[in-house]
Design a protein around this ligand. Structure first.
Ligand SMILES: NC(=O)c1ccc[n+]([C@@H]2O[C@H](COP(=O)([O-])OP(=O)(O)OC[C@H]3O[C@@H](n4cnc5c(N)ncnc54)[C@H](OP(=O)(O)O)[C@@H]3O)[C@@H](O)[C@H]2O)c1
Length: 328
């Protein structure tokens, strides 16, 4: 794993498979963030087609969410599709989404945290002051993962022996960052400095490494009731690549990218199958090893550092909110 040649080979040779037809999700409730477009929407459609009882689409635009809802209902009219506002650039929005899930849902079985951006220029989030790839892909995802633990843990208690599921969408590109900011006194603060941004996709790649470090630490703290894993959807055609003007990128994607629906198959596979994948990294629908860095002692150190810094950041942004109460 990890090299460009291997990456291209797998994109050409592997064909993502949909969930087997006999899998029923009847009675279950799922949340998909970034559920109005791309892989998130495709994953939502696929789960709804397997008799999922209720799906909540977390979307920053309610009108886009409504359009997505109609698309799901046109194929799966019996699914209860809800559209809830969620903006990863706003701590109050993320918190409100988490509170709504805790208060309004009688159960929550499956969460796919998919919302993400790929930005090749340094942009600061106006509301939080953090660099935008890190804000949306890591900080927003990490905060929501903590806020959704309460309903996931409560649902797991209803059916002992049947853990609920939390899947974070990461990427193979986590292999490709040097992650120089790991040695800064505060890694997250360093990532907010323009001089740390790096070339091309490096910052996006770093944000996807942060996803893996976060989910591995989270998985070690959630106990047996919730399975936390990460999925590499593979390179897929979607609006994610809209701001990538690297010469040749469109041709490369035409040759190597899977469809969004195929990426959606990979998300659904990771979130429904693989019941033994606590803390795992799933790529091509198989649990695989993440990068050597992640598995190294240095990677473990970075994992603890990123966890501590991220939690400290949340405690500062949301004083008085108990975010760690559902960890064991
Ligand atoms: N496509 C690939 O090749 C690929 C490969 C590896 C990993 N991934 C990962 O897969 C996930 C989904 O990507 P995709 O390819 O489906 O891209 P996409 O079609 O651009 O979808 C991204 C979703 O995230 C939402 N989003 C963006 N910023 C947000 C914010 N501030 N708050 C809440 N939601 C926000 C988008 O909403 P709007 O529609 O309003 O923008 C959209 O629903 C991402 O995490 C990405 O990193 C994708």
């Amino acid at each position: 794993m990890g090299g460009m040649a291997g990456f291209m080979y797998r994109q050409l040779k592997f064909t993502p498979k949909p969930l087997p037809v006999d899998v029923s999700l009847a009675g279950k409730t799922a949340i998909v963030t970034g559920g109005n477009a791309g892989l998130g929407l495709e994953a939502a459609k696929e789960m709804a087609a397997h008799d999922l009882s209720r799906i909540i689409l977390g979307t920053r635009s309610l009108s886009k969410g409504e359009t997505a809802k109609q698309e799901i209902l046109s194929q799966s009219p019996n699914c209860d599709v809800l559209v809830w506002e969620l903006d990863h650039t706003s701590f109050p929005s993320i918190r409100a989404f988490g509170q709504r899930a805790s208060q309004d849902l009688d159960r929550l079985d499956i969460v796919i945290l998919c919302a993400g951006v790929k930005l090749l220029n340094f942009i600061k989030c106006e509301e939080t002051g953090h660099e935008m790839n890190v804000q949306v892909n890591h900080i927003g995802t990490a905060l929501l993962s903590l806020l959704l633990l309460a309903p996931l843990q409560k649902t797991a208690k209803l059916t002992p022996g049947q853990p609920t599921r939390l899947t974070i969408v990461t990427s193979e590109v986590h292999f490709w960052t040097k992650f120089e900011s790991q040695s800064a006194p505060n890694t997250l603060a360093r990532l907010d400095e323009p001089s740390s941004f790096g070339q091309g996709m490096d910052r996006y790649n770093t944000s996807k490494l942060l996803n893996i470090l976060w989910l591995r630490e989270l998985s070690s703290k959630v106990g047996l009731d919730v399975i936390v894993n990460g999925v590499n959807p593979g390179l897929c055609a979607s609006t994610l690549h809209r701001s990538d003007t690297t010469p040749g990128v469109n041709t490369f994607n035409k040759i190597f990218a899977w469809t969004s629906a195929q990426g959606g198959h990979n998300l659904v596979d990771a979130a429904i199958q693989h019941s033994e994948s606590q803390g795992g990294y799933i790529s091509e629908q198989t649990t695989k090893e993440p990068s050597h860095f992640v598995l190294s002692p240095q990677g473990k150190q970075a994992q603890t550092k990123v966890w501590n810094e991220t939690v400290a950041l949340f405690q500062e942004a949301l004083p008085g909110v108990d975010l760690l109460g559902y960890l064991v």
